[in-house]
Write a new protein. Sequence first.
Length: 425
Amino acid sequence: MKILLSAYSCIPGKGSEPGVGWNAVRQAARFHSVWVLTHAEGRQEIEAASRTLPNVRFFILDLPPWALFWKNDRRGQRAHYYLWQLAAYFMGRRLHRKVGFDLVHHVTFVQYSTPSFLALLPVPFIWGPVGGGESAPPAFWWSLSLRGKIFELLRSVARKMGECDPFVRCTARRAAIGLATTEDTARRMRLLGCGRVSVRSESGLGPEEIERLSSVPVRQHGPFRLLSVGRLIPFKGFDLGLRAFAQIQHRLPETEYWVVGQGPERRRLEKIASDLGITAKVRFWGHITREQVLEKVAECDVLVHPSLHDSGGWVCLEAMAAGRPVVCLDLGGPAVQVTEDTGIKVTANAPDQSVADMAKAFLQLAEDSELRARMGEASRQRVEKHFAWLRKGDSMNTIYQTTAAEPRQVELTNSAYAPEQRIEQ
């Protein structure tokens, strides 16, 4: 088939959202001819890597200089993205008149509360996976810093504004299928008018990553060690992990907790560790390279990811691929990735309850090396079966085939969209 992909964020060799865009392109190209609309940020990397994808044509869209400053200002990013989406629509419309696409697929941004104007094309439209519908449970707001409370409030307001946006609602209504990263987002997509929604994670790992991580050995010696990785920002919930760790110190005084990452919450987290009397057992590594992060994963026994709302949770997949159990809250993307066979999901009813239950999980895993080994092996198998990009590509292609085979909801009544046989590069 001939497929048009909208991947605003798309950079080879990157993780997170740019990696989602690039890997979605690679997987679609295994089966179909692909045209990609993307932002100029990854131009050099795309030009170097696109030689390996002969059936993919990239169209890099940049905005005029007067609009570029918005991209670097967090308050203006939404306006910048809107303008880019408009440019993508007009480019997509011109291409469709020449090519005659079978499908349009919006891949990135992975955000349900922003529109994709390409949904207006008279072609079956696939939306997602998109996320962002997750919220920090209200009971946890009191435990956040002032910065965290302000962030959550502004995020809620921005999300409500997005849900009232007629173009977002139009995107939802015109989608042949909406793919949501979590059930929280799926519910919001249905409320927006998306008639058919399926939950699937946007995160995945390539074969090289899986092979490398699967070679990480199980730890046989040294103190039991917990690890958290991520930006030190309020909703990541690392303060909950520290409080739970403090509760097991009287039982397991030799245990350690490593925290990798940098951010505005670091000073607050260091103070919490000091107030709890665990400073000697907690190490803040700050920002380190990806290579060093993987080394830290190999030196630890369990990943702790107490995030209050994450659509994805890439670090969870990396830890699972390395054979490390995950302790997380039963919220957002990590709750989709982690099962009872691969880790421990803690109910998030209230901060004190979650902290106590996390402490119990830490003790259980610290005292049962066989359980850690079983969960670690199950984690590796789960990643290979459900989160390898090749498997995800197969699954996405099934969605493509099914969607294209269904009767079109939008008839091609405008003769201007009659497809031509070829397009000049």
